[in-house]
Write a protein that binds this ligand. Structure first.
Ligand code: SAH
Ligand code: F3S
Length: 481
């Protein structure tokens, strides 16, 4: 796996939930996508009512939960390694219980209990409300498992405990599951069918975050543009809804508008958009509201029409270009990022060249690039031979990463000499005398701290840049502060 920019701190223990009177200690670790980090906040909230406070010391924990990712084989190997570490700690603290949450739990089910003796508890992404019962079983000395996927669970009624937070940016989940069935992807199997969360509960969460001092939210879903609330239930059952339900349904651009209006000073982001489901209505709504950030993560996976088809991506290269052109016309300063896979089965050099020329056309601001990893149970695994040699996948990956670096640098250079609005998130990793924050386009900016503080909106004049970072100095508070 290669990422040009990886802001997610993988696996870092999440600190800290403290509720008075709670005596049990939970150590929870998350891997993979933002949704997993968001889910861990829901789990911590559920367990806070069961007497658990979180701890960042593995050695002290009564219960260790690892929220896992199955997206690539390497992600699963990382979790297996962590289980070895927990095993060592359990030798010293035999009372410690270990649970596996998330996509690996769903994919491997009871096999986990057989394969990894250390594991006491296996809980899939839709079963977290059952954790109190399952933990009781484990405490009675039995292994416990619930991997049932749900038609309507969205955890919309649970107020997440914010873990490991900077107090400024937060994730708000809006859909769960995915119906797209990209042939390489394990997510539809591990997270089930797509369902949307009640917009009312989303707006309440956004308002609550604003009241607690948060300044930016990211609406999360595997495929946010296909958000559709018609009173609950699976997206695929929408056709069976009543006329009234259909007439009062809320789609993604309407939800975006509701969020933007509810908190006009809150920065609003969203992720991820699948090109086949993104409508220009969404782009127009972005243009209409200043507080919706001009940044779209628009994974394409490949530039070759033949490979797109084999991946079951429901658009062509030409349709993707048209979408990019339309976005640029409606939102000229919009940043766009990609996910790309090299070495999907049957990918030829010519297909790979198509990926490079597609990238050249778009000149993405950022990118997240991966070598194809065959996932058990997916259509690609069942129907296609994983026939591109590892060295070829890796070589192509190096080529697209290099090209992305070039484009990222091209994009950051466009900001030099300009003034941008930055929301301060944290001290810069490289220098304690500097703040680090992001522009609406999600580009990282560092600048001298002066009298500013975390959570301020500041206008920053950009003097220089690297491929991933803008460097400048503050000119004063922005009008949004
Ligand atoms: N819609 C999702 C996509 C989840 S997977 C979202 O919210 O981001 C994230 C990325 O992982 C995908 O876009 C794809 O580029 C990559 N990926 C998924 N399955 C993969 C596989 N089998 N091998 C390599 N990369 C994969
Ligand atoms: Fe996976 Fe495609 Fe959905 S990448 S999460 S099946 S949009």
């Amino acid at each position: 796996m290669e990422k040009v920019i990886d802001e997610t701190k993988q696996g870092e223990s999440l600190v800290l939930q403290q509720k008075e009177g709670n005596t049990r200690k939970l150590y929870i670790e998350s891997y993979g996508c933002a949704m997993n980090f968001s889910d861990s906040e829901i789990v911590a909230s559920i367990l806070a009512n069961e007497g658990f406070n979180t701890t960042n010391s593995l050695e002290d924990a009564d219960l260790v939960l690892v929220n896992t990712c199955s997206i690539r084989d390497k992600a699963e190997q990382t979790v297996r390694k962590r289980l070895e570490k927990y095993n060592a700690v359990k030798k010293v603290n035999p009372k410690m219980k270990v649970g596996v949450l998330g996509c690996m739990a769903e994919r491997l089910k009871s096999k986990f209990l057989e394969e990894e003796k250390i594991v006491d508890l296996v809980v899939g992404p839709d079963a977290y409300k059952d954790l109190p019962n399952l933990i009781e079983e484990v405490e009675d000395g039995r292994d416990a498992i619930n991997v049932i996927l749900s038609k309507d669970e969205t955890y919309g009624d649970i107020s997440p405990v914010r873990l490991n937070t900077n107090g400024v940016t937060a994730f708000v989940s809006i859909t769960r599951g995915c119906d797209n069935m990209c042939t390489f992807c394990v997510v539809p199997f591990t997270r089930g069918r797509e369902r949307s969360r009640d917009p009312q509960s989303i707006i309440e969460e956004v308002n609550d975050l604003w009241n607690k001092g948060y300044k930016e939210i990211t609406l999360l879903g595997q495929n946010v543009d296909s958000y559709l609330w018609y009173g609950g239930g699976l997206k695929k059952d929408f056709d069976k809804a009543s006329d009234l339900q259909k007439a009062t349904a809320v789609n993604f651009s309407q939800l975006l508008e509701m969020c933007a209006l509810a908190q006009p000073k809150m920065r609003i982001r969203f992720s991820t958009s699948n090109p086949q489901d993104m409508t220009l209505d969404v782009v127009r709504t972005m243009a209409k509201f200043e507080n919706i950030c001009n940044y779209i993560h628009l994974p394409v996976q490949s530039g070759s029409n033949r490979i797109l088809k084999a991946m079951n991506r429901q658009h062509t290269r030409e349709e993707y270009f048209k979408l990019i052109d339309d976005i640029r016309e409606i939102l000229p300063d919009c940043a766009i990022s990609q996910d790309m896979i090299t070495g999907f089965p049957t990918e030829t050099d010519e297909d790979h060249q198509d990926t490079l020329t597609l990238m050249e056309y778009v000149k993405y601001d950022f990118g997240y690039m991966f070598a194809y990893s065959e996932r058990p149970g997916t259509l690609a695994e069942r129907k296609l031979e994983d026939d591109v040699p590892e060295e070829v996948k890796k070589q192509r990956l190096v080529e697209i990463v290099d090209l992305q670096q070039k484009h990222s640098h091209y994009r950051t250079q466009q900001f030099v000499g300009k003034t941008v609005e930055v929301l301060i998130e944290k001290p810069s990793k490289k220098s304690d005398a500097h703040w680090s924050g992001r522009t609406p386009q999600s580009t990282v900016v560092v600048f001298p701290k002066e009298h500013y503080k975390v959570g301020d909106f500041v206008n920053v004049k950009i003097n220089e840049c690297t491929t991933a970072t803008l460097i400048g100095e503050a000119e004063g508070y922005s009008k949004n502060n």
